[in-house]
Design a protein around this ligand. Structure first.
Ligand code: SAM
Length: 234
């Protein structure tokens, strides 16, 4: 991967940034995405936010080496604290767990009041991100699922709008994704067949374990999820 050729995952993220949108990439690591978007003319300017010193240094180096320092501001900070209100149109948070992404969104939601589009790519736990969007007036506009280097990734795109309008069965939709459930792609099937197998193994383990209230509740929760996912895969 380099700033002219992104991974399929980041290229798919970039495809949802509307031309002209000022970008903020939170957890930018090497700043590949902002460099790509500015160089391709997708974004006129970008902010690359990073909390860790190593990736921050890599991002600064990348931006300078590409001659893009005039257009891309690399800022050190935790989550959305690097942003001023109204200086960005599109926030990307990619390559982290869903719980961390939703925590970053929650702690920085004051900065999002004027941000038109959120593009979120949880590596795991997309349900946390969908729940945050639903509770914060964001409508899912699109979802993608793709496989790269043997890993399956989900990408969620959200704009302002009625959060409930995209959901049929809310519980299944929050877990599986309303658009992904509808599409039932090969990658979607693979992901959830793998999850069901893991849950079934845990259920088998719990059947042999002590019959505590906690174990019984955990087993029931997993059985409910197994039924829900199997129905969605039919
Ligand atoms: N976004 C890039 C991508 O998708 O390829 C990099 C993903 S990398 C696995 C996650 C990056 O997020 C790391 O560089 C990490 O330091 C950064 N990060 C984690 N928590 C953060 C936070 N609260 N604020 C800013 N950056 C964070």
């Amino acid at each position: 991967m380099n700033i002219d050729r992104l991974s399929l995952r980041l290229e798919t993220v970039a495809s949802y940034i509307i031309k002209g949108m000022r970008l903020a990439d939170i957890g930018s690591d090497h700043a590949y995405l902002p460099c790509y978007c500015v160089r391709k003319g997708i974004s006129p300017s970008a902010i690359a936010g990073e909390v860790a010193d190593g990736p921050l240094k890599a991002a600064k180096h990348q931006v300078a080496a590409a001659g893009l320092a005039e257009f891309i501001d690399v800022r050190k900070g935790d989550g959305l604290e690097v942003l001023q209100p109204s200086e960005t149109d599109c926030v990307v948070i990619a390559g982290m767990g869903g719980a961390l992404i939703s925590d970053i969104l929650e702690r920085g939601k004051d900065k999002l009041r004027e941000v038109e589009r959120l593009i979120l790519q949880p590596n795991v736990g997309a349900i946390h991100v969908r729940k945050w969007l639903m509770n914060n007036g964001r409508r899912l506009s699109a979802e993608e699922i793709l496989e790269e280097d043997g890993k399956i990734y989900e990408i969620l795109v959200a704009d302002f709008g009625d959060p409930l309008s995209t959901y049929g069965d809310l519980n299944a939709g929050l877990l599986l994704g309303p658009y992904l459930m509808e599409e039932k792609s090969h990658e979607f099937r693979r992901k959830w067949e793998q999850e069901v197998k893991q849950w079934e193994n845990i259920v088998n383990g719990l059947e042999k374990a002590a019959k505590s209230d906690e174990n019984l509740a955990k087993k029931q929760e997993l059985l409910n999820k197994i039924v829900m996912v199997k129905e969605a895969l039919e």
